[in-house]
Ligand binder design. Sequence first.
Ligand code: HAM
Length: 431
Amino acid sequence: MAKFQTVRGMRDFLPLDAKKLRRVEAAAKEVARLYRFREVVTPLVENYDLLAAKSGEDIKTRMYAFEDLAGRKVALRPEFTASIARLIATTLRNDPKPLRLFSSGTLYRYDEPQFGRYREFWQSNFEIIGSDRPEADVEVLSLTSNIIRRLGLRNHWFKIGHVGILRGLLLEEGVKDEQQNSVMQLLDAKRRTQALRAARKFGVSQEGIATLKKIFEAKGKDALKVLNQLKRKLKKYESAVAGVENLGQIIELCRDSGVESHIMVEAGFARGLEYYTGMIFEPLAPEMEISLGGGGRYDRLVELFGGESTPAVGVAHGLDRITLALDKQNANPEFSERFVVVIPIGAKLIPRALAIALQLRSKGISVEMEIMGRTISRALQDADRRKANYAVILGPKELKEETLVVRNLKNRQQTSVKIQELSQILLERFS
Ligand code: HAM
């Protein structure tokens, strides 16, 4: 048989990589606890139509879609939000709002594999359902900031915009929803010239095109100033102005409440997913050209899936990309593990050695039992290589006196210890 490799775009996580990834996930889980998001676990396989409804052209064409054996058209989830909106429209329909739901796991998109882009990747996902108020948006920004900061990633910032600004203008220029989607997709791909051309084709006036260009120019660190200037330029387009005002409120609230991430406003910024209706944002880090996450407000998705009209806002963090950014900043910690090896001298002592290993583990100490039948010197060499802290050596002579030898593998000092006192002594040395 041929030697198999992983399928293109799929990765194995070897122990160190798995540890780094799980550390990032653990930070997200801890923040979910602190912000009172409860975890839901939804299926990897969903109805194709559910996932395709508002995911946008780009994701839609990259889904792992197939027919199951009964002929249902299904797909591997490319994101969590559609599944959560399905839950809200069905099972959780009558649950009191707001709901704060958290998920984490793998997602699948047939993207072109490259740095930070895989076909199987990880997200932690947070959704707040049932509030249309800016403080809900701020909670989403705040928890994202919290995760990034607690992981020790330096110099990140949020790129922030508002779908209502561009869509508001297009709507007032008579551009239909579907046509707006095409313009937004082009903007998401940063193809501004084509976006303007499409807008012109869809009937946007000269003045509208000139205003769109002004929207594209509206960006900068001094977010509130940028937005005030933009508001003046947009005054003909009432719903676009409403978008600017809403974004201003959110940013002001972030500033006043001490959300510590830097905010860069960019009014012409769009995201690929089509369900967004309000604030949108992406956390970024200087070492990466790609976003570490993405989120925003989507007030009409639940309704589209047959639920009641329910405002919602959320974010997904790309756990792979955050891990990469931490690597680039050398901010992933050294994972030093504390463990002991238990080595019996001779086959007769194996049962007692296994029992001692069991007893140590019951006290919370990690133990690797010698299971290769090696000589003591080989077993010690191996323990060094594995960076064990202590070796617990059981010899027949010592056992007669209910003692054994504890060898410190760093300074090679050996002490004789009463078996009864072993776990206590190790715990003290570890603390
Ligand atoms: P998204 O922008 O499509 O949003 O994905 C969020 C994050 O997932 C990206 O910023 C990136 O970090 C990571 N990601 C996406 N595709 C890949 C890939 N091929 N390889 C590695 N990482 C990737 C969503 O998924 C929305 N559901 C977010 C959301 C939640 N909006 C509201 N609620």
